[in-house]
Write a protein that binds this ligand. Structure first.
Ligand code: SF4
Ligand code: MG
Length: 332
């Protein structure tokens, strides 16, 4: 399989006056294959949006590399980056905030086409706008209306049409359904699925809730406080979660079947989410981890592949610490 994106040891710190550095992304590595959806999940503030924005070059990196189609994103010239961004687009959580309220739908959708000088003739550009509206299931009669005249779901369709305008290969969808009514969420997910099938799009799908990425991700990465802590296929994550944080997240998703729901063990995480300015030593999750051991305080667990395609950063599974007082399953 071909990789479209490779994020290697990515670090992103923000300088917070006097307080020090906000360690938003700490040595994160993952890759995305062409045509797949990679779900990135974690509580708000865990660094997932920062990763999205750093991939797009909206933020400079502090360390590491981002490769897109084998090009090192942060080492390109401005002109090369501009060309690259035709291929990478973003959909935002709040479609209303990301659409200019004083622009008509026609202006909003045709903006990227104009910026990149795609069409010489207005008529061709207009036809492209109509085509895009049709692709996202909106009527062409809407072109001269303004964002406030649409529902949340319709506005997200407009945001998607704009993201599709330049025929991208890769779309970063940053919580695209979190602000929508539950009844509308499935429609938007289905639209993204259909567009993916038709156009062979690749998605990085960012969400704060595992139940949202479940229906739409081939593989899922779980983040906690700037670190990737587990990654595997969607099925494996639900059937065989390994990291204590993933287990806690999964246990918080209600199961519709009352018989299962009743017998299920709820894992309630104690304590507050630590500040990313002063993250805990060793394992970042240790202050809230029900399984924490002595070693977790001193040694940061490495990001290891422990089954094909299943990666985890936790001493319970760490083969480098055979003599450590592991309380978890012993692996051979
Ligand atoms: Fe918990 Fe230790 Fe594993 Fe961190 S390394 S998740 S503290 S058991
Ligand atoms: Mg966010």
């Amino acid at each position: 399989e071909d990789k479209i994106l490779e994020v290697k040891n990515l670090v992103k710190y923000f300088d917070v006056e006097k307080a020090g550095f906000l360690k938003a992304v700490n040595d994160v590595s993952f890759h995305i294959f062409k045509g797949e959806t990679y779900g990135l999940v974690g509580e708000s503030g865990c660094g997932k949006s920062t990763i999205g924005r750093t991939i797009l070059g909206l933020y400079d990196k502090t360390g590491g590399d981002v490769w897109f189609n084998f090009e090192n994103v942060h080492e390109l010239s401005d002109k090369e980056q501009f060309a690259l961004y035709r291929k990478m687009q973003m959909i935002f959580q709040d479609p209303y905030a990301s659409l200019n309220p004083r622009s008509t739908i026609r202006e909003i959708i045709s903006e990227p086409l104009e910026v990149h000088g795609i069409f010489k003739k207005k008529k061709d550009q207009m036809n492209r706008v109509y085509e895009l509206l049709e692709e996202v299931g909106l009527s062409r009669d809407h072109v001269n209306r303004y964002p406030h005249e649409f529902s949340g779901g319709q506005r997200q369709r407009i945001g998607i049409a704009r993201a599709l305008a330049l025929n991208p290969d890769f779309i970063i969808a940053d919580e695209p359904i979190s602000a929508l009514d539950v009844s509308v969420q499935a429609q938007v997910v289905n639209l993204m699925k259909r567009l993916q099938a038709e156009k062979g799009l690749t998605f990085l799908f960012i969400a704060h809730d595992l139940s949202m990425v479940k229906q739409f991700s081939d593989r899922i990465g779980v983040m906690y406080l700037g670190n990737l802590v587990e990654e595997t296929s969607g099925e494996a994550l639900y059937e065989n979660p390994l990291h204590p944080y993933t287990k806690a997240l999964l246990s918080a998703i209600p199961i519709p079947d009352p018989d299962i729901e009743e017998k299920r063990e709820r894992i309630i995480l104690e304590g507050e989410l630590p500040s990313p300015i002063n993250p805990p030593s060793g394992c970042v999750f240790r202050t809230r981890c029900p399984m924490a051991m002595d070693i977790c305080k001193d040694v940061k667990p490495v990001w290891q592949e422990i089954d094909p395609g299943h990666r985890v950063a936790c001493h319970l599974y760490d083969t480098n610490y055979k003599d450590s007082p592991r309380t978890g399953p012993q692996r051979t």
